[in-house]
Design a protein around this ligand. Structure first.
Ligand code: BGC
Length: 349
């Protein structure tokens, strides 16, 4: 079978390579890949900055945003041939740490977890993969075109889960949300904010192209320019750019008892200065919280599946700005233009 693989830390090594087809274990599902989403982490891996092959192997098959169709499933597994599934990215550390032991591998304490397509485990950008039913998430058959968005949605589902848990520290409940960065993660975070009945503003650098249109169709305000002037002041900020200057601005602009969730990572090495006053005056005297979040556990995938099923399917399709057949895979990694989410379509050949 064909799979997209790199030799980790060798920039430019990404290639469509022949691998042995997987032989599912007695209790495993065999799945045929339909689509793989491309994200910033994939770019970091193919640029040689991130990624780790499974122990004892040279190649890492990439692909952590999956959508696949079950080919065969053991009886009693809860799955049957034809079901649509998404593979969970992270596997718990083997020790395990207290969080991994309880299925909260997204909160791993010792860093010994593995991640399919990223760290120490083969990814899903292969024509077939075998998977334990416990790490496959069933997706509504109506989501054949858009179910590939489940993994990025699980990331924002976790962000919302933690924001809501932090918010229980006060009687008052947040109403206004600012999402910085209108890429796929930002747009999906905004979508889940609106599904919660909140007032959502999306902030981005570009004021033309498809992003403002996506915001409008979603029902979110769209703003560019000076973040310090954003109105209304956000009770919650979901920061998806990772740009240090935006992160600092986000800490300053929240309303009292605000929550800033950092969900983006910047690959550049920019240095910013932070005014001690920001920490003292705005963070301490206003009881603000800032926290980071990565990855998602099974509960978040379930939240994400519900959010996607409840979403406007036309809007989700609009977010997938390009579908590239596997045979033209290199096109999927060309940046630029007005792309939001690029998907490699395995079903197109
Ligand atoms: C993935 C996460 C993963 C993170 C760090 C992200 O792109 O969506 O599942 O934990 O990268 O490797």
């Amino acid at each position: 079978m064909r799979a997209l693989a790199v030799v980790p830390h060798q920039p430019g090594s990404l290639a469509l390579t022949e691998f042995n087809a997987p032989v599912p274990g007695e209790n495993q599902l065999l799945a045929r890949t339909l689509a793989i989403g491309v994200c910033g982490t994939d770019h970091e891996i193919i640029d040689g900055k991130y990624g780790e092959a499974p122990e004892g192997t040279e190649h890492l098959i990439i692909g952590h945003e999956s959508l696949a169709e079950v080919v065969s499933a053991p009886t009693g597994s809860g799955f049957s041939a034809g079901d649509l599934i998404v593979g969970i990215v992270r596997r718990p550390d083997p020790v395990p740490c207290p969080n991994c032991a309880a299925g909260e591998w997204d909160m791993c304490r010792n860093g010994l977890y593995t991640e399919h397509g990223i760290k120490g485990a083969q990814g899903y950008a292969a024509e077939y993969f075998a998977i334990d039913p416990g790490y496959a998430v069933k997706v509504d058959r109506g989501l054949r075109d858009t179910g590939v968005l489940l993994e990025p949605t699980s990331i924002v589902a976790k962000a919302w889960d933690h924001i809501e848990r932090i918010a229980t520290r006060a009687i008052w409940k947040p109403r206004t949300v600012l999402v910085t960065g209108a890429g796929p993660v930002g747009l999906l975070a905004a979508m889940m904010g609106l599904q919660r009945g909140l007032d959502v503003t999306l902030f981005d650098r570009v004021d033309t192209g498809i992003k403002p249109k996506l915001a409008e169709r979603l029902g979110a305000r769209y703003r560019v320019g000076d973040l310090a002037r954003i109105d209304p002041r956000p009770d919650v900020v979901i920061e998806c750019t990772g740009a240090p200057s935006i992160v600092i601005a986000a800490l300053e602009i929240t309303s009292p008892v605000g929550i800033v969730c950092l969900a983006g990572i910047s690959s550049g090495q920019r240095t910013v200065q932070i005014d001690g006053d920001v920490l003292g005056r705005t963070m301490v005297l206003e009881n603000d919280v800032v926290f980071g979040t990565v990855n998602a556990n099974r509960r978040h995938y379930a939240m994400a599946a519900d959010a996607l099923a409840a979403a406007d399917q036309g809007w989700l399709r609009m977010m997938i700005t390009r579908r590239v057949p596997l045979s033209s895979w290199a096109e999927a990694f060309k940046r630029g233009g007005d792309d939001v989410k690029i998907v490699i379509d395995f079903a197109m050949g």
